[in-house]
Design a protein around this ligand. Sequence first.
Ligand SMILES: [Zn+2]
Ligand SMILES: [Zn+2]
Length: 210
Amino acid sequence: MVHEILPVGVLQCNCSIFGDEQSGDALVIDPGDELSKIEKILERHRLRVKAIVITHAHIDHIGGAQKLHASTGAPVYMHESDDKLQDIMDLQAAWIGMRTPERTAIDHPLRDGDVLRAAGGEFQVLHTPGHTPGSVSLWLPSAAKLVAGDTLFRDSIGRTDLPFGDGEQILRSIHGKYFGLPDETVVVPGHGELTTLGREKQFNYFLRGM
Ligand SMILES: [Zn+2]
Ligand SMILES: [Zn+2]
């Protein structure tokens, strides 16, 4: 399975591209911006986008989703609890000095426990609210990978001081949904370097005493 991670946009959101070499089917997670960079990688691996997942509706993660949907026809998967963050997209755009992107229509609402079959893999959907109410993480057991959005970072966790953030909820999400996964799980955070769950359990200051 192809897995490319590319930082996109001014906030350098980690966009993930998963691809199946056999079928050429691809899953794109968080196409926040810089679609030309994403398209180049798709071309290099001869992949076609069959699904688009948004981990949460912050502009740096969702900013390019409607455009990618329009150019590929691929359906957009997102948790509906984050749709209200799209109502304040003008405000979000002002925060980072970006133009307000077109609103992204949700083709398939994601729910906790859903299994998304895409790019030749089975991705389990974990609802991990806290950073935003509709934050989701994707757990790919076959590769022991966790795409965490902005819920967990190397040495940090997602901020909860933005609208609809909840500091207690994010800790409950991490404890309840991540801690049962294997320590060797590779965490692909929404920004910055990769890490493992075991490392974060041991060294992440925010997870002390869990
Ligand atoms: Zn975010
Ligand atoms: Zn982010």
